[in-house]
Design a protein around this ligand. Structure first.
Ligand code: SF4
Ligand code: SF4
Length: 291
């Protein structure tokens, strides 16, 4: 069984306990205005080109089947991410985001350093993109990793309910994003309704899989008393909730868009001060922190 991923980050420190190997899967059904991994949005491989370091040697254009239409030394319209220019570029400023791997290959790669990560109290985290889009591949990889590897999932919660139920059974820890409890705001800034997300979130609250609610705190979008209170009311009394984590938006979120030759148009005031309130969670008997 094959899956598609765009990165494996080593020694990640914010993706679950201990040090972790975080697998970033391709493809996401959301289009969050603040997304900092735009290469994870499309399920297809994509060429990324750094705007810095090009000497103008022209080798990329020479090898590209579409080179005649290449704009500058970026990528031509209709680029297939074939990768020919990646190997041709002496400056190594081109790369393809998106690798197809089998579950066996991925599990074997992750197992190479599994003992080291286990020694730190860590393990493997699946992130993205949205792992629910490749649920069968993820579940098969987990099966091959076996119960000795601690596994965590980072998810938007937007996905098939049966797949999400299978994930809650299979993962040791779930990091679940809550972007907005208001459906209109959610649609406006992510492109999708939050109804399915909240359904899966309620399942999580009823179950016994350890989980953390994560709020990407976006200025002027969800840094409100109303949002924090709604999250606290949803989470209150959930037996397996570990804590709520607030992740303040950072202006560097847009850094990778230029590499994909896309414009970063966040649609909110990126430099507006962020309102943080942890007291609301304390009043509901919930542990919380800012990452
Ligand atoms: S990845 Fe292939 S199609 Fe795209 S610019 Fe490079 S050589 Fe051309
Ligand atoms: S091969 Fe690399 S260095 Fe040469 S023109 Fe293309 S992008 Fe620039």
């Amino acid at each position: 069984m094959n899956g598609s991923l765009f990165d494996i980050k080593e020694c990640a420190i914010h993706d679950g306990p201990g040090l972790r190997q975080t697998v970033f899967l391709k493809g996401c059904p959301l289009r969050c205005s603040w997304c900092h991994n735009p290469e994870g949005l499309s399920a297809r491989p994509e060429l990324m080109v750094s705007p810095n370091g090009c000497t103008g040697c022209g080798r990329c254009r020479e090898v590209c089947p579409l080179g005649g239409t290449m704009v500058g030394f970026g990528k031509p319209p209709g680029c297939t991410a074939c990768g020919l220019c990646v190997t041709a570029c002496p400056q190594r400023i081109r790369r393809v985001a998106g690798e197809t791997v089998s579950a066996e290959t991925l599990a074997a790669r992750l197992m190479e350093n599994a003992d080291y990560y286990a020694g730190t109290g860590g393990g493997v985290t699946f992130s993205g993109g949205e792992p629910l889009m490749q649920a069968d591949f993820v579940l098969e990889t987990l099966r091959l990793l076996g119960p000795a590897v601690h596994t965590a999932l980072e998810t938007s919660g937007y996905g098939d309910e049966n797949a999400f139920a299978a994930f809650t059974d299979a993962f040791n820890l779930i990091l679940f994003d809550l972007k907005s409890m208001d459906d209109d705001i959610h649609r406006r800034y992510t492109g999708v309704s939050n109804r399915l997300i909240l359904k899966n979130a309620r399942r999580l609250c009823r179950g016994n899989t350890p989980f953390i609610f994560r709020i990407p705190v976006i200025p002027g979008v969800n840094d409100t008393e109303a949002h924090y209170r709604a999250v606290a009311e949803l989470a209150q009394g959930a037996p397996s909730l570990l804590r709520v984590e607030l992740l303040p938006y950072h202006i560097t979120a847009g850094a990778k868009y230029a590499l994909l030759q896309k414009a970063y148009q966040p649609g909110f005031e990126t430099d507006r001060p962020i309102h943080i309130d942890l007291d609301i969670f304390t009043r509901h008997g919930i542990r919380s922190c800012v990452l």
